[in-house]
Design a protein around this ligand. Structure first.
Ligand code: JEB
Length: 277
């Protein structure tokens, strides 16, 4: 996969060169290019912001540097010439090719999920536009929609100072789903959110530590009992921390023991789905 990120703080994205994703880049599984938006300005002060039309607090990112930067990204990702993007001559991609996805982090976007990460991991290229200040002039998104499949996406319902931290999270979530990036593909399916439940607690040696014991069942070697206990822990945690995840969940795989636990937690099974009792 090829990923291009545009930001006024390219160094912010430097940690994406470390660890698992750093290895993925060395192995040629991922090509990550970070572009400095200020390189696409032409005034002496390398200006990327201006005052908002209609008034109000803060500054807004100017459209011109964004068009040049995203034109460069589009050229790099699709091979169309930079100039044809610039003058509006480039229409939909020829031969029915999909438009490249452009993700625009925004507190007003659709909330990023694991399902979205899986969808994005299927794309040949991804572009990310990191805004700052009060955000990017909306016309940039309108114009970009002529060339990209534009997706305004939020990391969650809290306020960040810009898109960079959101991009770090999204690139990590997508990158680790690429074939060969995570050593053991089994560890991908067992985690949180693949079955709609939170993860079960995990333990390692020593079996007794500062008066806290590893649950006896995990030392038993009885894999049936262990699987049963882990599912029960998942249900208890999910009910306590994220009860909204249980409502409507598929309960067709739950047996007598799970149903008893769920009943205790205030849920029951109806038509193969969970609902509040
Ligand atoms: C993303 C951004 C800003 C109002 C207040 C602050 C560009 N979950 C998220 N919270 N905030 C952002 C986000 C995501 N994804 C986010 C991009 C920008 C915040 N700001 C600051 C803009 N409008 C500027």
């Amino acid at each position: 996969m090829r990923i291009d990120v545009v930001s006024i703080f390219p160094d912010y994205l430097a940690p994406l060169r470390l660890s698992l994703l750093g290895r993925a880049q060395e192995d040629g599984l991922l090509t990550l290019t970070v572009h400095d938006l200020r390189e696409f300005t032409s005034d002496r002060h390398r200006t990327v912001d201006d005052t908002p039309y209609g008034g109000g607090a803060g500054m807004v990112m100017k459209p011109e540097p964004w068009a040049l930067a995203l034109g460069r990204v589009l050229a790099a990702q699709t091979g169309v010439s930079d100039a044809s993007v610039d003058d509006g001559a480039a229409g939909a991609p020829a031969g029915g090719a999909r438009r490249p996805v452009l993700i625009v982090p925004s507190p007003a976007g659709q909330v990023f999920t694991q399902a979205m990460a899986h969808e994005l991991a299927e794309e040949p290229t991804l572009a990310f536009a990191c805004g700052r200040y009060e955000g990017i002039d909306e016309r940039v998104l309108d114009w970009a929609g002529e060339h990209f499949d534009v997706r305004p996406v939020s990391l969650g319902d809290y306020v960040l100072n810009g898109g960079e931290v959101a991009v770090m999270a999204m690139v990590e979530a997508v990158g680790r789903l690429l074939p060969g990036v995570v050593g053991n593909p089994h560890s991908l399916v067992e985690e949180s959110h693949s079955d709609g439940l939170l993860e079960y607690p995990v333990y390692t040696k020593p079996a007794s530590w500062r008066g806290h014991e590893v649950p006896e069942v995990l030392l038993s070697g009885n894999h049936g009992r262990i699987a049963q206990w882990r599912l029960e822990q998942q249900l208890r945690r999910t009910a306590a921390r994220r009860p909204e995840l249980l409502e409507g969940a598929d309960a067709s795989a739950y047996g007598k023991a799970e149903r008893a636990v769920l009943r205790e937690l205030g849920f029951e099974v109806a038509d193969g789905r969970l609902r509040r009792a």
